[in-house]
Design a protein around this ligand. Structure first.
Ligand code: ATP
Ligand code: ZN
Length: 292
């Protein structure tokens, strides 16, 4: 472990908290500070480069960083701009989920994709939009904005926008209607192809830790008591519960305690279904890490 592993992270924005939270759950103990652009950690001998998200794919491609956490949307835009790039998605991180969508003025003249012919669309992702329009045989003008894209139709510089959406609240607040999703995105770990064996070993360890934390976050450890005769019914109620552990209950020969890890969150309606088949003493516990 001589060379330091370099990881590029977004310094401040929608990916920052999720990235740092995930890394800290993997023992990195990062405490970002305002003007700290290089954060060092002894864990896996790592340097974190705190940069704008737009710079992350290029940093990895050029070798300034080995890996980085970026939005998949940005990775796709970079790939379209740099078809000979040397970067790839090496792990999906299941946070910062959003979609890149075309939105139009509510009750305006654009009602379907074909109506976009001859119109102007404002976006921060021109290559992804251009690719989509080309594939759908639409001839529209693209103008590039690096922020406040929702403003463009209001001030008359565009007929539509193509921007990231998560809840859709910002669109509504600006009198816009989501018309077409052009891609779905989440945070991804991006790496350069052909990393040295020394770096690759640590990157593999990091991916293993990330996936253990992500899997745990989407799982619950369920404990309950139930009649032996009803154990089979549990399998239909609890997703991912193929092989539950059953334990004898002292003094209750017809009952067992069941311990099971469920891959999806167990919501209240599942709990009431469990009660309807006679489950009692139900406990649902968060899991910190899940290793296979
Ligand atoms: P920077 O200052 O680093 O250039 P930015 O303003 O370009 O930041 P952000 O708005 O912080 O970027 O978004 C970063 C990434 O987070 C996006 O590329 C996307 O993958 C994801 N993202 C954007 N908006 C949302 C959202 N509303 N919900 C979830 N994820 C989002
Ligand atoms: Zn950016």
């Amino acid at each position: 472990m001589n060379t330091r592993l370099r990881i590029a992270l977004q310094k401040s924005g929608k990916l920052s908290d999720g990235s740092i939270d995930l890394l800290n759950k993997c023992s990195f103990n990062i405490k970002p500070a305002k003007n700290h652009y290089l954060v060092k950690s002894d864990e896996l001998n790592t340097d974190f480069l705190m940069v704008r998200d737009d710079d992350i794919p290029g940093f990895i491609d050029s070798g300034a960083s080995d890996i980085g956490i970026a939005g998949e949307n940005l990775f796709i835009e970079y790939q379209l701009d740099n078809p000979n790039s040397n970067i790839e998605i090496i792990s999906r991180l299941k946070f910062a989920t959003c979609r890149l969508s075309i939105a139009v003025i509510n009750n305006g003249s654009v009602k379907c994709l074909n109506d976009l012919n001859g119109k102007t669309i404002a976006t921060s992702y021109p290559s992804t939009l251009k690719d989509f329009l080309h594939k759908n045989n639409i001839n529209a003008k693209i103008i590039v904005m690096h922020g406040s894209v929702e403003l463009a139709p209001k001030i008359g510089i565009a007929d539509a926008i193509c921007d990231l959406v998560s809840t859709g609240t910002t669109l509504k607040e600006n009198g816009l209607l989501e018309m077409e999703v052009i891609l779905r995105s989440e945070a991804v770990l991006v790496g350069r192809k052909g990393l040295s064996p020394d770096i690759k070993k640590r990157v593999d360890e990091l991916i293993f830790r990330f996936q253990s934390v992500i899997k745990a976050k989407n799982s619950k450890y369920i404990m309950l008591h139930i009649d032996k005769a009803n154990v089979a019914k549990l399998k239909n109620l609890l997703p991912g519960c193929e092989a539950p552990t059953t334990l004898a209950l002292d003094g209750y020969p017809d009952k067992v305690a069941v311990h099971v890890v469920c891959e999806e969150n167990v919501f209240w309606d599942t709990i009431s279904k469990l009660k309807s088949i006679g489950a009692t003493s139900i406990l649902s516990v968060a899991i910190e890490k899940m290793m296979e």
